[in-house]
Ligand binder design. Structure first.
Ligand code: BES
Ligand code: MN
Ligand code: ZN
Length: 487
């Protein structure tokens, strides 16, 4: 989509010539200074009971007198928050989406000027979300909505902030789109090699250094834990490393690590059949860090970023790893695999060890790691862990700013009790209690050499049911987090 900023005073909105003019009304009274021609229509609709200044309300008026655009969409946010404004704009988009609208403009009125940059960012994100359509294996799907041009209308004083926000929003939207597309593609399309090709493509386009290691190279690195998961599948594993260098070599990089299980059957500890198809989304962490790499590469901030993806399938077979098998991780620690379905931590632990070589400023791994996290936090907030309070605060803040929120969970050593093994340095599962936390405690053993954060996105990376599909989370959170390291 083509986005632009257009400076227009709020008392001149009715003169904007587009297919649809969207006015997002903030607060519970019509904002002062609003173009009288629009205010009159809003007042009349409120009087008639067709519209109210309450969250969720959106109304399309056609050929409204005195308004140049043939469609005037009024959308109320209720609260004056960023989240409420985005929701109102999304409701307006839902109204114009089925119509033949190819150009639209939106104005947010009544909001604090300090929100301008974030509103601009969310404008790009909401519009991109509205027009995204999965088609790769369903070419018969109706063509993508026609909305091709969107102008954000702001006052002169806000133009600079709006431009910055829009640029960030467009980059994050591109990252989210890539993450969704990767995750939505079925496991027979989105294989480990495919993910490698996607990153190689990004590298070519943006001048990034990319390495895609095959099974032999992974063996050479001594990643016995990662390979134990990969060994049950005919599909070859890939270890993918990409570098974005935007600052001097001496600047320690931010390292992002993604779980790239392109399909999780559970292995010999086979999962039940119901909804197993959704385990194609088990590379949501990989999709999230790949999308973030794209967003960052487009924005070109002054920082260094390394992205690591460990990708393979988790399959049962005559060669598959078995419950009770002991493997040696790249760190040298031995692991008793008591449940082959706790495979995410087994591939991530070797990737975390590999990350040491970059002498990172911070490492954040991202994984659809545990069903327990879905039970704890549902689909609203990702689970977040951090080795120190400052890092936790920074991940939290990034999530809030991006409307991609997370919630910190604890790392008390007592949670690691259940990971003890009589046959190895550590077992890969503890009991059922606190399952997301015990998984994080397992990972923490391999992340002791640097500041470390971990996001359990099992509940947030995709939606099930009728709206089944990848969300592109946590590209927003991660991009904000990475950008906060720019010099
Ligand atoms: N990929 C799953 C986690 C998952 C399950 C994400 C459901 C989203 C929805 C992971 O590999 C897994 O199977 N975890 C097990 C761990 C258990 C065996 C300790 C789980 O959560 O059941
Ligand atoms: Mn599993
Ligand atoms: Zn998994």
């Amino acid at each position: 989509m083509d986005f632009k900023i257009q400076t227009t005073a709020i008392d001149e909105l009715a003169g904007v010539g587009v297919d649809a003019l969207v006015v997002v009304l903030g607060g519970d009274a019509l904002p002062k200074g609003l173009d009288g021609r629009i205010a009159r229509h809003a007042e009349a609709a409120i009087k008639l009971g067709d519209f109210a200044l309450k969250a969720g309300q959106a109304l399309t008026l056609t050929q409204a007198e005195g308004v140049k655009a043939p469609r005037l969409v009024l959308a109320a946010s209720g609260a004056l928050t960023l989240a409420a404004a985005r929701a109102a704009f999304a409701a307006a988009l839902a109204q114009i989406k089925p119509r033949g609208v190819s150009s639209a403009a939106v104005a947010f009125v009544g909001f604090d000027a300090a929100l301008t940059e974030a509103l601009a960012e969310q404008t790009a994100l909401a519009a991109s979300e509205a027009v995204y359509l999965y088609r790769h294996t369903k070419p018969s799907a109706p063509a993508a909505p026609k909305l091709a041009k969107l102008a954000l209308l702001v006052g002169k004083a806000d133009a600079k902030a709006a431009k910055a926000g829009l640029a960030r929003g467009e980059a994050i939207a591109a990252g989210i789109e890539l993450a969704r597309e990767c995750a939505n593609r079925p496991a027979n399309y989105a294989t480990p090699s495919y993910l490698g090709d996607v990153v190689l493509g990004l590298g070519k386009r943006h001048g990034l250094k990319v390495e895609v290691l095959d099974r032999k190279a992974i063996e050479k690195l001594g990643m016995g834990s990662f390979l134990a998961v990969a060994q049950g599948s005919e599909e070859p594993p890939r270890f993918i490393v990409a570098r974005y260098d935007g600052a001097a070599k001496s600047v320690a990089p931010v390292v992002l690590v993604g779980k790239g299980i392109t399909f999780d059957t559970g292995g010999i500890s086979l999962k039940p059949g119901a909804e197993m198809d959704e385990m194609k989304f088990d590379m949501g962490g990989a999709a999230g860090v790949i999308g973030t790499l794209r967003a960052v590469a487009e924005l070109k901030p002054k920082l260094n970023l390394v992205m690591i993806v460990a990708a393979c399938e988790n399959m049962p077979s005559g060669r598959a790893v078995k419950p009770g098998d002991v493997v040696t991780s790249m760190s040298g620690q031995t692991i008793e695999i008591l449940n082959t379905d706790a495979e995410g931590r087994l591939i991530l632990c070797d990737a975390l060890t590999y990350a040491e070589r970059f002498k990172p400023a911070v490492v954040v791994d991202v994984a659809t790691l545990t069903g327990a996290c879905v039970i704890a936090l549902g689909g609203v907030r990702s689970g977040m862990y951090a080795s120190d309070d400052e890092l936790a605060a920074s991940l939290s803040a990034a999530g809030e700013a991006a409307l991609d929120p997370c919630w910190r969970l604890p790392l008390d050593d007592e949670y690691a009790e259940g990971l003890k093994s009589n046959f190895a340095d550590v077992a890969n599962i503890a009991g059922r209690a606190g399952g997301s936390i015990t998984a994080a405690k397992f990972l923490q053993r391999f992340a002791s050499k640097y500041r470390w954060g971990h996001l359990d996105i099992a509940g947030t990376a995709w939606k099930g049911g009728a709206a089944k599909g990848a969300t592109g989370r946590p590209v927003g959170l991660l991009t904000h987090f990475v950008l906060s390291h720019a010099k």
